[in-house]
Design a binder for this molecule. Structure first.
Ligand code: AHR
Length: 501
């Protein structure tokens, strides 16, 4: 199939916010306990954090991490997780019907995040908690000292405040499953008041209000309108969540969900603009896509297990094993985030370790990178700078979730600081090679500095403890710069990252 892409150095979509490649980790399953933290593991450091997992996290260059939930946060008391460990209560986690030992809390997590070089993004409990609780948490975390809550932190051995800048106002408050779920207007009111209270402490912080849990919620997109009408001027971002799957075993339809996500983002963008106009507001708010990933392989079984089990401690939960098809999908989805980077400023892969995660770690055993680790790493390392507009001419297909979907999915970034042009391409055709020619007006690259590919695997191929590198990135030589154009032959079902200077 013949394909043509055109870019121009001056035709940019937006400067990409580095936080587009953030992550999320929740107190659930084995994400924290035996995921990042496992005292006694041969790889544990002096604080009990797994060095093998840490190394894999560091290699992702994650800018920020959302913590501690998720559904968990809506019944979590942050005070349970601070102070002497042997005095911390064991609690029932209502979201995942598990036991929470509270051996990791804000201060331990902060140590891990600092070691990993990741900025914390904290969520407050607006389910069973509320404004007062959020206010106290802010004081504990961010105030220097000389007050009740800040001195308590100091008494807990943390002299310096953390200066956390990103604060999530609850989680998925539109979902009837959420502990303390609210109607849109009620939630908008409490979010507004909480955001104002937190900003009264420090106007430089940013707050994120909950949008819909996904674009199939019956209240979507009315939820966004009603919530924003209550709090537009006091918040900075509205969150979007969406999880994906290919239950019907229809690969092209699965890949069509990339474009469907673009429509979701644009719709919420439209609601933002509508509310801004209606309120005659001056400020802009952006999208924080703070939960996204593939989640379907064993979702039904997990749902059943959670109902039946007897409040276990750190049980295996949502431990999805990702295949090559999922990796291709994630490559395309990250391309969509780059293309929508004028609206989406923060996005968080959900989650980071064990629970629907690019990294898996066995209790007492090895850790390994799942298939989806690789496209996430490529986007995070190289999808920085400016997102450039790419005009793509390629054959298209229709599927259940959309029509006229291009077989070639392209995102282009230009990192002015490093002087690097990066092209991310997914050829989602099932059988045809894409003959690519790309015009690069304003650029005159000498040649290709790096070309990585994921290709040639069975769509169902996975990585595991015995075969950790089965599906990974390879070097590729199927493209070249000729007569000022990028030309290549991209195999069917392949994901490419091509870097030129
Ligand atoms: O990431 C798993 C769960 O998915 C989160 O707890 C919740 O916010 C979402 O429904």
């Amino acid at each position: 199939m013949k394909t043509r892409v055109t870019i121009h150095r001056d035709f940019a979509i937006s400067r990409i916010d580095d936080r587009l490649y953030s992550a999320f980790i929740e107190h659930m399953g084995r994400a924290i306990y035996s995921g990042i933290y496992e005292p006694g593991h041969p790889q544990a450091d002096a604080n009990g954090f797994r060095r093998d997992v840490m190394e894999m996290v560091r290699d992702l260059n994650v800018p920020a991490i959302r913590y501690p939930g998720g559904n968990f946060v809506s019944a979590y008391d942050w005070k349970d997780g601070v102070g002497p460990r042997d005095e911390r209560p064991v609690r029932l986690d209502l979201a995942w019907r598990s036991k929470e030992t509270n051996q990791v809390g804000t201060n331990e997590f902060a140590v891990w995040a600092k070691d990993a070089g990741i900025e914390m993004m904290l969520a407050v409990n607006l389910g069973t908690g509320g404004l007062q609780d959020a206010r106290e948490y802010m004081e504990y975390v961010n105030h220097s000292g000389g007050t009740h809550w800040s001195d308590l932190r100091r008494a807990h051995g943390v002299e310096q405040p953390y200066g956390v800048k990103m604060w999530c106002l609850g989680n998925e408050m539109d979902g009837p499953w959420q502990i303390g779920h609210r109607e849109a207007k009620d939630y908008g009111r409490i979010a507004d008041e909480t955001s104002k209270a937190l900003k009264a402490f420090d106007p430089s912080i940013e707050t994120i209000v909950c949008g819909s849990s996904n674009d199939e919620m019956p209240t979507y997109p009315e939820w966004e309108r009603e919530v924003l009408e209550e709090c537009y001027e006091s918040v900075d971002y509205i969150s979007l969540h969406k999880y994906f799957g290919n239950r019907s075993r229809d690969t092209l339809n699965y890949f069509g969900k990339i474009e469907q996500t673009g429509r979701y983002i644009q719709t919420v963008g439209g609601v933002i603009d509508y509310v801004k106009a209606k309120k005659r507001a001056k400020n802009d708010i952006y999208i924080c896509f703070d939960e996204w990933n593939v989640w379907y392989h064993q979702r039904a079984e997990d749902k059943q297990r959670v109902k039946e089990w007897d409040w276990p401690e750190a049980p295996p939960l949502l431990e999805e094993t990702y295949n090559f098809e999922d990796a291709l999908f994630i490559g395309g989805l990250l391309n969509e985030f780059i293309r929508q980077s004028d609206r989406v400023k923060i996005a968080c892969i959900a989650q980071l370790v064990n629970v629907i995660a690019p990294i898996r770690a066995e209790r007492g055993g090895p850790a390994w990178r799942q298939t989806i680790y690789w496209p996430y790493q490529m986007a995070s390392l190289y999808g920085r700078g400016r997102a450039l507009r790419a005009e793509v001419e390629a054959p298209t297909y229709d599927c259940r979730v959309g029509d006229d979907i291009s077989y070639l999915d392209v995102a282009v970034t230009h990192d002015d600081a490093a002087g690097m042009l990066t092209v991310f391409v997914l050829n989602r055709h099932l059988t045809e090679t894409a003959e690519l020619s790309m015009d690069m007006a304003g650029f005159a690259p000498d040649g290709i500095e790096m070309h990585k590919v994921m290709q040639g695997h069975d769509l169902m191929a996975t990585n595991g403890p015995e075969t950790p590198d089965k599906v990974a990135l390879d070097d590729c030589r199927d493209a070249a710069v000729e007569d000022g154009q990028l030309r290549g032959r991209l195999a069917p079902l392949s994901y490419h990252v091509i870097r030129m200077r």
